[in-house]
Design a protein around this ligand. Structure first.
Ligand SMILES: Nc1ncnc2c1ncn2[C@@H]1O[C@H](COP(=O)(O)OP(=O)(O)OP(=O)(O)O)[C@@H](O)[C@H]1O
Ligand SMILES: Nc1ccn([C@H]2C[C@H](O)[C@@H](COP(=O)(O)O)O2)c(=O)n1
Length: 253
């Protein structure tokens, strides 16, 4: 078990009866429950956040998909990613329709389903150029805050700056980490065992290095609980997050 200091969590705990002794059912019944999850590439944010949302009956917001959709839109329209003003304009105008059902990913840009294309190499290799544009970030952060408000503040949101910028007032704030070796191995498996080690390194470590020039997702801000999933299974990581949420939900936001 590799959670950060003072989490008091225990992997493998029954979700219905946690270490804090608070039934998860009571947490499910809360009017509002915002769970913020940040972390580096391949730390497991998407898989774990989706499952946590399902178990608590919450909406799910993948903010990385927003940066990816904006990148797709810029590339599709021939916007020069080095032109900061043009990218910021595109961010404000982006005709994005993104679902928040954890069981059904849906990302439409101007009516086109881009769910698969935004995960491809073309977007992955360019997304950091967009994500490091401060004005574009401001436009997307505002949209993310709108989505959280429209959910009735019943949502799990994940990304790089959710605990610090998008929802610093979330009920539970978690930094999900894993060491480089684990993250590279996971992403390699996810890609079907990418044979090109250099490409894999670039997709995980290289992208994090670029992204972290504008947001800090490697150190937990005050009040943020670190969960290190390097040696945990997916299910153990989900349980560790659930434990943090149940503990936090007992306190006022
Ligand atoms: N203990 C674990 N916790 C979470 N995910 C794990 C774990 N072990 C393996 N994985 C796997 O790691 C892969 C990467 O997870 P995921 O896509 O959720 O990461 P991510 O942090 O959202 O990455 P990115 O930010 O690059 O999108 C998935 O295939 C997931 O099943
Ligand atoms: N809140 C966020 C979410 C994502 N990003 C950036 C960092 C990534 O390179 C890119 C895609 O994210 P992923 O789908 O890999 O999680 O978007 C960010 O800067 N802030």
């Amino acid at each position: 078990m590799n959670t950060g200091t003072n989490t008091g969590t225990g992997a493998g705990t029954d979700a219905a009866h946690t270490a804090a002794g608070t039934p998860a059912g009571a947490v499910r019944g809360r009017d509002q429950l915002v769970v913020a999850v940040d972390g580096p590439s391949g730390s497991g944010k998407s898989s774990v956040s989706k499952e946590v949302a399902r178990r608590f009956g919450l909406a799910y917001l993948d903010t990385g998909a927003m940066y990816r959709a904006l990148t797709w839109w810029c590339l599709d329209r021939g916007v020069d990613l080095a032109d900061a003003a043009a990218v910021a304009d595109a961010a404000r105008e982006l005709p994005l329709d993104q679902g928040t059902d954890p069981d059904r990913e849906s990302v439409l840009v101007a009516g086109t389903d881009v769910g698969e294309e935004i995960r491809g190499a073309r977007v992955t290799e360019s997304v950091s150029a967009v994500a490091t544009n401060p004005a574009a970030r401001a436009a997307l952060v505002a949209r993310q805050q709108e989505v959280i408000a429209r959910s009735g503040r019943r949502i799990v949101a994940e990304g790089r700056d959710i605990t610090t910028v998008v929802a610093p007032d979330a009920h539970a704030r978690i930094l999900l980490t894993a060491d480089e070796r684990a993250r590279m191995a996971r992403r390699g498996l996810q890609n079907g065992g990418t044979p090109d080690a250099e490409q894999l390194h670039q997709q995980v470590v290289g992208r994090d290095a670029k992204d972290s020039t504008i947001v800090n997702f490697t150190e937990a801000a005050d009040g943020v609980v670190t969960i290190d999933s390097s040696d945990l299974t997916v299910e153990q990581t989900v349980q560790a997050v659930i434990d943090v949420v149940v503990r936090a939900a007992g306190r006022p936001a």
